[in-house]
Design a protein around this ligand. Structure first.
Ligand code: 5CA
Length: 164
Protein backbone atom coordinates (compact mmCIF):
# COMPACT_ATOMS: atom_id res chain seq x y z
CA UNK A 1 0.00 0.00 0.00
CA UNK A 2 1.24 3.50 -0.80
CA UNK A 3 2.57 5.57 2.05
CA UNK A 4 -0.35 7.41 3.51
CA UNK A 5 1.00 10.87 2.71
CA UNK A 6 1.52 9.82 -0.91
CA UNK A 7 -2.13 8.82 -1.15
CA UNK A 8 -3.09 12.34 -0.14
CA UNK A 9 -0.60 13.88 -2.56
CA UNK A 10 -1.86 11.66 -5.39
CA UNK A 11 -5.43 12.55 -4.55
CA UNK A 12 -4.70 16.26 -4.97
CA UNK A 13 -2.79 15.64 -8.17
CA UNK A 14 -5.55 13.57 -9.72
CA UNK A 15 -8.10 16.23 -8.81
CA UNK A 16 -5.91 18.98 -10.30
CA UNK A 17 -5.65 20.75 -6.98
CA UNK A 18 -2.60 22.84 -6.22
CA UNK A 19 -2.48 22.20 -2.54
CA UNK A 20 0.80 22.34 -0.70
CA UNK A 21 1.38 19.74 1.97
CA UNK A 22 3.47 21.13 4.82
CA UNK A 23 5.74 18.53 6.38
CA UNK A 24 6.81 19.77 9.77
CA UNK A 25 9.59 18.82 12.13
CA UNK A 26 7.20 19.26 15.06
CA UNK A 27 4.38 16.84 15.74
CA UNK A 28 0.95 17.78 14.41
CA UNK A 29 -0.78 14.78 15.94
CA UNK A 30 -3.28 16.87 17.86
CA UNK A 31 -5.19 19.95 16.77
CA UNK A 32 -3.38 22.03 19.40
CA UNK A 33 0.05 20.92 18.21
CA UNK A 34 -0.93 21.43 14.58
CA UNK A 35 -2.18 24.98 15.28
CA UNK A 36 1.07 25.79 17.04
CA UNK A 37 3.16 24.26 14.25
CA UNK A 38 1.55 26.32 11.49
CA UNK A 39 0.61 29.39 13.52
CA UNK A 40 -3.12 29.39 12.89
CA UNK A 41 -6.13 29.53 15.19
CA UNK A 42 -7.00 26.27 16.93
CA UNK A 43 -10.47 26.36 15.36
CA UNK A 44 -8.95 26.38 11.87
CA UNK A 45 -7.54 22.89 12.35
CA UNK A 46 -10.00 20.34 10.99
CA UNK A 47 -10.03 17.09 12.92
CA UNK A 48 -11.11 14.13 10.79
CA UNK A 49 -12.78 11.95 13.38
CA UNK A 50 -14.02 8.42 12.76
CA UNK A 51 -17.25 7.20 14.34
CA UNK A 52 -18.99 3.84 14.25
CA UNK A 53 -22.73 3.98 13.72
CA UNK A 54 -25.00 1.27 15.06
CA UNK A 55 -21.90 -0.94 15.51
CA UNK A 56 -21.55 -1.19 11.75
CA UNK A 57 -21.25 1.85 9.54
CA UNK A 58 -18.35 4.28 9.34
CA UNK A 59 -18.99 7.98 9.67
CA UNK A 60 -16.41 10.71 9.30
CA UNK A 61 -16.88 13.95 11.16
CA UNK A 62 -14.85 17.01 10.22
CA UNK A 63 -14.65 19.05 13.37
CA UNK A 64 -13.07 22.40 14.25
CA UNK A 65 -10.04 22.04 16.49
CA UNK A 66 -11.63 24.06 19.28
CA UNK A 67 -14.85 22.03 19.36
CA UNK A 68 -15.80 18.66 20.73
CA UNK A 69 -17.69 16.24 18.50
CA UNK A 70 -20.92 15.16 20.18
CA UNK A 71 -21.91 11.55 19.40
CA UNK A 72 -25.53 12.28 20.38
CA UNK A 73 -25.76 15.08 17.85
CA UNK A 74 -24.19 12.85 15.20
CA UNK A 75 -26.71 10.11 15.97
CA UNK A 76 -29.56 12.60 15.79
CA UNK A 77 -28.36 13.96 12.44
CA UNK A 78 -28.11 10.48 10.91
CA UNK A 79 -31.14 8.90 12.61
CA UNK A 80 -28.85 6.32 14.20
CA UNK A 81 -29.42 4.54 17.48
CA UNK A 82 -25.84 4.39 18.67
CA UNK A 83 -22.75 6.33 17.72
CA UNK A 84 -19.34 5.88 19.27
CA UNK A 85 -15.82 7.03 18.48
CA UNK A 86 -13.81 4.40 16.59
CA UNK A 87 -10.87 2.75 18.32
CA UNK A 88 -7.35 2.99 16.96
CA UNK A 89 -7.60 -0.25 15.00
CA UNK A 90 -10.94 0.68 13.49
CA UNK A 91 -9.61 4.08 12.47
CA UNK A 92 -6.80 2.40 10.59
CA UNK A 93 -8.85 -0.28 8.87
CA UNK A 94 -11.71 2.04 7.96
CA UNK A 95 -9.64 4.95 6.61
CA UNK A 96 -6.14 3.67 5.91
CA UNK A 97 -4.72 6.32 8.23
CA UNK A 98 -3.53 6.12 11.81
CA UNK A 99 -4.86 8.34 14.60
CA UNK A 100 -3.10 11.68 14.58
CA UNK A 101 -2.79 11.72 10.80
CA UNK A 102 -6.25 10.96 9.47
CA UNK A 103 -6.77 13.03 6.34
CA UNK A 104 -10.22 14.19 5.25
CA UNK A 105 -9.68 12.67 1.78
CA UNK A 106 -7.93 9.67 0.14
CA UNK A 107 -9.34 6.98 2.38
CA UNK A 108 -8.68 3.36 1.46
CA UNK A 109 -12.28 2.29 2.01
CA UNK A 110 -15.14 3.63 -0.03
CA UNK A 111 -17.61 2.24 2.44
CA UNK A 112 -17.99 5.42 4.41
CA UNK A 113 -21.67 5.82 5.15
CA UNK A 114 -21.74 9.54 5.81
CA UNK A 115 -19.49 12.56 6.18
CA UNK A 116 -20.49 15.42 8.43
CA UNK A 117 -19.02 18.91 8.42
CA UNK A 118 -19.08 20.88 11.68
CA UNK A 119 -21.13 24.00 10.98
CA UNK A 120 -18.83 26.03 13.24
CA UNK A 121 -16.12 25.76 10.58
CA UNK A 122 -18.02 28.48 8.72
CA UNK A 123 -16.04 30.91 10.93
CA UNK A 124 -12.99 30.35 8.72
CA UNK A 125 -12.28 30.84 5.02
CA UNK A 126 -9.14 28.72 5.18
CA UNK A 127 -8.72 25.61 7.26
CA UNK A 128 -5.91 23.14 7.80
CA UNK A 129 -6.18 19.35 7.87
CA UNK A 130 -3.91 16.36 8.40
CA UNK A 131 -2.20 15.01 5.28
CA UNK A 132 -1.93 11.38 6.35
CA UNK A 133 0.79 11.53 9.00
CA UNK A 134 1.25 13.13 12.42
CA UNK A 135 3.83 15.51 10.93
CA UNK A 136 1.96 16.89 7.95
CA UNK A 137 -0.91 19.27 7.31
CA UNK A 138 -2.27 21.22 4.38
CA UNK A 139 -4.24 24.46 4.04
CA UNK A 140 -7.42 24.45 2.00
CA UNK A 141 -10.36 26.78 1.40
CA UNK A 142 -13.19 25.60 3.62
CA UNK A 143 -15.58 25.58 0.68
CA UNK A 144 -13.18 23.46 -1.40
CA UNK A 145 -12.86 20.94 1.42
CA UNK A 146 -16.63 20.80 1.73
CA UNK A 147 -17.06 20.15 -1.98
CA UNK A 148 -14.19 17.66 -2.21
CA UNK A 149 -15.46 15.55 0.63
CA UNK A 150 -19.13 15.86 -0.27
CA UNK A 151 -19.80 16.23 3.44
CA UNK A 152 -23.08 17.46 4.87
CA UNK A 153 -22.97 20.57 7.08
CA UNK A 154 -24.50 19.82 10.46
CA UNK A 155 -24.54 20.96 14.05
CA UNK A 156 -22.55 18.12 15.61
CA UNK A 157 -20.32 19.74 18.18
CA UNK A 158 -20.28 21.39 21.53
CA UNK A 159 -17.99 24.19 22.57
CA UNK A 160 -16.50 22.95 25.78
CA UNK A 161 -13.51 20.67 26.21
CA UNK A 162 -12.20 20.26 22.67
CA UNK A 163 -10.86 16.83 21.66
CA UNK A 164 -7.13 16.43 21.56
N1 5CA B 1 -3.24 15.83 13.00
C1 5CA B 1 -4.18 16.34 13.96
C2 5CA B 1 -4.77 17.65 13.54
S1 5CA B 1 -5.63 17.53 12.03
C3 5CA B 1 -5.22 15.29 14.21
O1 5CA B 1 -5.23 14.27 13.55
N2 5CA B 1 -6.11 15.60 15.15
S2 5CA B 1 -7.38 14.68 15.42
O2 5CA B 1 -8.11 15.34 16.46
O3 5CA B 1 -8.11 14.42 14.25
O4 5CA B 1 -6.80 13.33 15.90
C4 5CA B 1 -6.71 13.02 17.18
C5 5CA B 1 -8.06 12.44 17.53
O5 5CA B 1 -7.94 11.04 17.57
C6 5CA B 1 -8.57 12.84 18.88
O6 5CA B 1 -9.36 13.98 18.82
C7 5CA B 1 -9.39 11.67 19.31
O7 5CA B 1 -10.74 11.81 18.92
C8 5CA B 1 -8.83 10.55 18.50
N3 5CA B 1 -8.10 9.63 19.36
C9 5CA B 1 -6.95 9.81 20.00
N4 5CA B 1 -6.62 8.70 20.67
C10 5CA B 1 -7.58 7.81 20.45
C11 5CA B 1 -7.80 6.45 20.84
N5 5CA B 1 -6.96 5.79 21.61
N6 5CA B 1 -8.91 5.84 20.39
C12 5CA B 1 -9.78 6.50 19.59
N7 5CA B 1 -9.61 7.75 19.19
C13 5CA B 1 -8.54 8.41 19.61
Amino acid sequence: MAKSIDRVRDFFRSNNLEIEIHELPDSTRTAQLAAEAVGCELGQIVKSLVFVLDERDTVLAFVAGDRRADPFKIARTLYASTVRIANANEVRTRTGFAIGGVAPVAHTSDEIKAKLFDDSLSRFETVWAAAGTPHSVFPIARQTLLELTGAQIAEITSREEPDQ
